[in-house]
Design a protein around this ligand. Structure first.
Ligand SMILES: [Ca+2]
Length: 548
């Protein structure tokens, strides 16, 4: 049973008490009296925009997403902070850009304990927190130095079957404190690759319903791959439908803020993993009973770093001063675009290292600014291949082999191949209104020089203000961070080792958790390198590293 009279919950310390008092009654924010609602945060894995039936995509059916959109708001221009899983999920939790999240700004690295996350505030504020499926992942959470909320998103419910995440949600609800509002993170692994080839076609889906973007070859194999992807989005959506049904049956649906989105763009060449729009633009719909007006289509630029401040605002909890995102609660409450200013003039996204794809485990740093009309992409290391030296950053094997086959036969697919896998210029400027897929680079076009200069100045100012190591002469720190998944063998001068800081790229003042040096990965490294742990520590200290 829902009740607005939440049970009083006593903690220690003045701040803690204040937070509790705010959270468990009601608060005035943006001039509205609000009661902290339940929150269901549903996030898919690699579902690109506009791949939900509410957006008009014909090759899939997403009744769950569509219902949230119909009974709430649908968003057209929501952008992740990074085009990969763990860096963007870190940005969601911290409300900060990738270049502010240290190790967690790279893929499958460490989530440093000192990064403050909004979910900690939810626990302090008396919310019941739970999660299932994919949370912050892949990577290693610095649990040793985290005193509470060790899994980052409350109690974890492990689902054996990807069609049955909804059962874990039910378990969470059954076991929760009924007097407290809840926050539940439903992270699916859908539609992340690999797919069962032909599964979409076998399910009865039709090749002709697929809309292939112009930067990919339009062939039967590629269309079929899209259908396999669609089938997996539908599995995510079926879980969502069940969860909505559970809330409805409990009488909690209208007291629950439901957000549905995805962690990065679709897993195809020039999309996921790239600093372009298709790497980061994702679906989003939000429903919150009668608290927000229904039926608006929102075209404002919104970033995933905006979730943390918005959710804290919704829950009447204080923000963290270091949060870089901006609360869009006011937009939710008053969405009519005719009666307000645009939410943002510009947003930013970027990437560093994704998988192990180059010698020394180097990444491919990119920083992008997106305004209403333009996208300026800064490829900071244009001498590196964007998808890796052996295409390791594209898991879309079907599409890639199709591109390779057609490259020899056809000039246009040869360009597609180069656009996806070839070296890129340092700067790319696109007029996204005239060229919505960003295929005609205007960076060298003198007619656009003024626009280029203005955007580049804004981008640099933002990165400098945020203390991006790439702007302060400490850019190599990104190459030093450990990767906790496999390292491929490339010939490099300073080869990386799994779960080990690459000592060649250590920067003065860099913080390293001491306990990691007792891991089995480090033992193997010390043995192979023929050095003692103490010697390694001294060597890194001499470079200015700080162990904690
Ligand atoms: Ca993902």
């Amino acid at each position: 049973m829902h009740t607005n009279k939440r049970k009083t919950y006593f903690g220690t310390g003045l701040l803690f008490c204040c937070i509790i008092c705010l959270a468990l009654t009601s608060c005035i924010t943006h001039g509205e009296k609000l009661s902290p609602p339940n929150i269901l945060f549903a996030i898919s894995d690699d579902q690109g925009f506009p791949h939900a039936s509410a957006y008009g995509a014909d090759f899939l059916e997403t009744p769950g997403f569509d219902r949230i959109a119909d009974e709430g708001l649908i968003f057209n221009r929501v952008y992740c902070a990074a085009p990969q899983c763990s860096p963007n999920r870190a940005s969601i939790l911290t409300g900060r850009y990738l270049w502010q999240n240290e190790e967690a700004g790279t893929h499958a690295s460490l989530f440093p304990a000192h990064l403050r996350i909004f979910t900690d505030r939810f626990i302090e504020g008396g919310y019941d927190l739970g999660s299932t499926g994919k949370t912050w992942s892949p990577g290693q959470i610095d649990k040793m130095n985290r005193v509470k909320n060790k899994n980052l998103i409350g109690t974890y419910f492990n689902a054996e079957n990807q069609s049955e995440y909804w059962k874990e949600f039910q378990k969470f609800l059954d076991g929760r404190d009924q007097e407290k509002p809840f926050f539940f993170w439903f992270g699916t692994y859908d539609p992340h690759r690999p797919y069962k080839p032909g599964s979409g076609l076998d399910s009865g889906k039709r090749l002709e319903d697929v809309e292939v973007p112009p930067y990919l070859p339009d062939s039967k194999a590629v269309r079929s791959d899209f259908l396999d992807y669609a089938l997996r989005i539908e599995r995510f959506d079926r879980n969502l439908v069940k969860m909505i049904g559970i809330l409805e049956a409990m009488g909690e649906l209208d007291h629950t803020l439901i957000i549905v989105t995805s962690d990065n763009g679709m897993p195809f060449p020039r999309a996921k993993g790239n600093g372009y729009e298709a790497g980061v633009r994702v679906p989003m719909a939000i429903r919150w009973g009668d608290q927000i007006p229904k039926g608006y289509v929102i075209d404002d630029l919104i970033s995933h770093i905006d979730f943390a401040p918005t959710l804290l605002d919704v829950a009447c909890l204080p923000t963290y001063e270091e949060i870089e995102g901006k609360s869009f609660l006011k937009l939710l409450l008053h969405p009519d675009p005719a009666k307000r200013d645009p939410f943002r003039e510009a947003l930013f996204y970027g990437r560093e290292r994704a998988t192990s794809a180059r010698p020394n485990n180097f990444g491919y740093p990119v920083r992008t600014i997106r305004t209403e009309q333009y996208q300026l992409v800064w490829n900071m290391k244009p001498d590196r291949f964007p998808a890796g030296d052996r295409f390791n950053e594209s898991e879309a094997m079907v599409v890639m082999s199709e591109m390779l086959q057609q490259k020899e036969l056809n000039q246009s697919t040869g360009k597609m191949y180069e656009d996806a896998f070839g070296l890129r210029p340092e700067f790319e400027l696109y007029d996204m209104n005239a060229d919505p897929y960003g295929l005609e680079n205007l960076a060298e076009n003198l007619a656009y020089k003024k626009i280029f200069d203005t955007l580049f100045k804004k981008l640099k100012a933002q990165l400098k203000e945020n203390g991006d190591p790439r702007m302060t002469g400490r850019g190599d720190i990104w190459e030093s961070y450990p990767r906790f998944m496999g390292i491929r063998n490339f010939d490099g001068d300073f080869p990386a080792h799994r779960a080990v800081y690459n000592e060649h790229f250590i920067q003065s003042g860099q913080r390293i958790p001491l306990y990691l040096l007792d891991s089995k990965h480090y033992s193997t490294y010390f043995e192979e390198a023929g050095i003692a742990k103490e010697t390694y520590i001294e060597r890194l200290k001499s470079k200015g590293a700080i162990f904690y």
